[in-house]
Write a protein that binds this ligand. Sequence first.
Ligand SMILES: Nc1ncnc2c1ncn2[C@@H]1O[C@H](COP(=O)(O)OP(=O)(O)OP(=O)(O)O)[C@@H](O)[C@H]1O
Ligand SMILES: [Mg+2]
Length: 835
Amino acid sequence: MRHHAGGDAMSGDATSPEATGLGSAEAAARLAQYGPNSLEVAGRESWVVSLLKRFSNPLVVILLFAAGVSALTGEAASFAIIAGVIGLSVLIDLVQERRAEDAAAALRQRVALTVQVLRDGQWGERPAAALVPGDVVRLAAGSLVPADGWLLEARDLFVNEALLTGEAYPVEKTAAAAEDDAHAVFMGSSVVSGTARVLIAATGHATRLGEIARSLRREPPPTAFTLGIHRFGLLILRLTVLMVLFVLLGNLLLGRPVLDSFLFALALAVGLTPELLPMVVSVTLARGALRMAQRQVIVKRLSAIHDLGAMDVLCSDKTGTLTEAQVRVVRQLDGTGAPSEEVLDWAKVNAGFETGLRSPLDEAILAAPGAMPAGWRKIDEVPFDFERRRVSVLAEREGRRFLVVKGAPEDVLALCVAHRPAGAAVPRALDPAARAAAEAVFARLGEEGFRALGIAWREVDVTRAHIDTADEAELVFAGYVAFLDPPKESARPALAELAALGVVVKVVTGDNERVTRRVCTELGLPCEGLLTGPELAALDDEALSARLGRTTAFCRVTPAQKARVIRAFRRAGHVVGYLGDGINDAPSLHAADVGLSVEGAVDVAKDAAAMILLRHELGVLAEGVREGRRTFANIMKYVMMGTSSNFGNMLSMAAAVLLLPFLPMLPVQILANNLLYDLSETAIPFDRVDAEAVTRPRHWDMRTVRDFMLVLGPLSSAFDLLTFGLLAGVFGAGAALFQTGWFIESMATQVLVIFLIRTRGNPFASRPHPLLVASSLGVLAVAVALPFTPFGAWLGFVPPPPALLAALAGLTVAYLGAVELAKRWFHARHRSLAG
Ligand SMILES: Nc1ncnc2c1ncn2[C@@H]1O[C@H](COP(=O)(O)OP(=O)(O)OP(=O)(O)O)[C@@H](O)[C@H]1O
Ligand SMILES: [Mg+2]
């Protein structure tokens, strides 16, 4: 990183670029030259690249191989159909997925990081991606540093560079003309406190983080959902390989022609592969994201939709979520509990001069009646952090310098050795009795539902220009400022709604236990158990796990403890969501299965979250949970289709090879069957979902998927055997009629079963989406009509007699009835699978 040309970065010259910023034209030129300020792989891949990529998919490779063999052996029909299958799956996949990605990206754009940039002499909000070297930006506590740059100006600037250096503690940065890390800030770090003006020197991949990112390429760890989908693919793959080997071997042992046997086995493999699964998953998720956006939830990571639906524990901070966050000062008391004007004056000095992220408490202090005390000048500060829970300011008035501390009362009181009651001229010693009295005042405030901050001060030598945390000692206690942060009216029904959805809400807050308990009670959240930070610190992981279930609120916890609570819930097997908006919430947002933040949150929190709520309302979240469950239910429908009749049919096909003197279906017919089946499924992402399917958390459960397959697969095979008997025994069918009959029966059973699988209850009581009805019945009509057409004849079909069609219809109805019974029995036993 070099200093941008243009001389001394620190010069205050009004005509220097640092004073007016870049001109728009210059900025546009630089953007073209340096590219966007982003670490994502440049732009989107072209159509050609993403098309070619699809041909490296193993499923497509199997298909291509089959097509090649067909072409070489002169099987024109097979070749045409396999080419059709490839074209269909690749094209649908490509078009749908790209449209879905575009939609999802557009949504993400709405919550993209923005920065305050100086351009053409004007400060304005711009996307961080549009930054170029030479830009001047403004940072404040809670900001993410958007690119690498030199500090033009820094006031009490502390940044967290953990991502770059691994150093967890904030480091102080100052402005100076020297090229040294102490005067620079880097992309990927975050501002903990203070403010700064930065001259951007490097953007995008040219940043230090860009270099690290290139060598590391950190992929996010796979979620339960992506793993589940992957395992499902593997299960099918194993079954396919087994079946293909079995069929091939059987055929060869029976002395059948090698090439025919091979083509047949290959067609079976094609029939079994869930080639539409990736498309169905991504399209369903993207549609889910769009619908959630209408319900005020922006999805940043698509697979989080599943996690939101699966979430059974929601941890949340208190301010803003459970309370209005419109804090008001209601009392100022000294250590004896008497009203005191002086306390608020000290508090105003502290709140007015601190440069960290203003909390709602600071806003309330500054908005409280009474002007900012006159004559004060700020000298230095020790910014707020969530471990110390206090902030100190060094300020001067009338030639005397004072350290003014404001923070969590119990912590501040512990640092005091004296107190000054209202009206007293000089401080008195804080003896045990006075201390106990002060603690009692604080306890009473909490019980009455007031939040409180402790205020203390100490006079220091007039030559002191700097302070650090060690100076926060031997203080004089001034008293308490008490605040009212009323519970949110809308939170009560939302909590009830979440409870009805099977989501348990836990409060994880840095605030104290009395206030928290009070808020819980007022919102009707039964506050069973309560753990405080110090208690938590004394518990090992095992002891903590044992307490989790009975604990509703975790109070006075540090940011690290918040994250520890989240991890403990996850270890106990819960799917955990975390909702928070502060710097202190970022570690927990990372640790949770699904991190949730709000639009007004600090950058670090928004960056760490998987979803952003556009309104800070728990009610919005309940809607999101329902939408997540709907999305998941539709994905499950596809999976259940694949594991039921489709699997069963392929199983029967393999068995039939051994029983029949001819092939039960010609390879090309299997492929036609598969192509039609795929077509019928393309409407699943649009389907409606039963209300019943969203009442409980649902999550991917491989065991249930497998069990379902083991019940429905054999059932479907049993009916196939009946069909064989009917065709061969009753109708005395030869090869062509047999194949025709079975083609129709297998199509009907595979396609129609969706109407049963899509609901756990009565299929007639649950209305499917018209598109799904059209695609399923349309495909079935084509399958039945096919043998009567010249194209059908070309595929080797013969027109079946009406009596056979009627018999097949009867068999299909009987099959569907049996599936319905098996489904009910299965769901009664397994209570955790999406319907
Ligand atoms: N501006 C401030 N000045 C002094 N002390 C503060 C300030 N803001 C917060 N504190 C102290 O730090 C504690 C923790 O902060 P805060 O309540 O914001 O944590 P949190 O975990 O985000 O809580 P919440 O669940 O309410 O959002 C507060 O209870 C208060 O005692
Ligand atoms: Mg908070």
